[in-house]
Design a protein around this ligand. Structure first.
Ligand SMILES: [Zn+2]
Length: 70
């Protein structure tokens, strides 16, 4: 759950995790995403492109790696 991504509008968790192949919903369901146009919708109806969510996760992971090195 460390990659859980929060909605910028209402601060709810939007997805529990994002991998290169799928997203994990808050309910624990794995949903495969293959197209760049796929997106997830928060309960407040804010929508997020999966490609954008993956970029956020990549930044978090890069920061965690650099913290481990230093
Ligand atoms: Zn929201």
């Amino acid at each position: 759950m460390e990659n859980a991504l929060k909605c910028a509008s209402c601060a709810s968790d939007v997805v529990a995790d994002v991998t290169s192949n799928d997203v994990v919903t808050i309910d624990g369901e794995r949903v495969p995403f293959r197209r760049h146009t796929d997106y997830v919708v928060c309960s407040c109806l804010s929508s997020y492109r999966v490609t954008d969510l993956r970029e956020v996760v990549a930044h978090v992971e890069a920061r965690m790696r650099s913290n481990t090195l230093s």
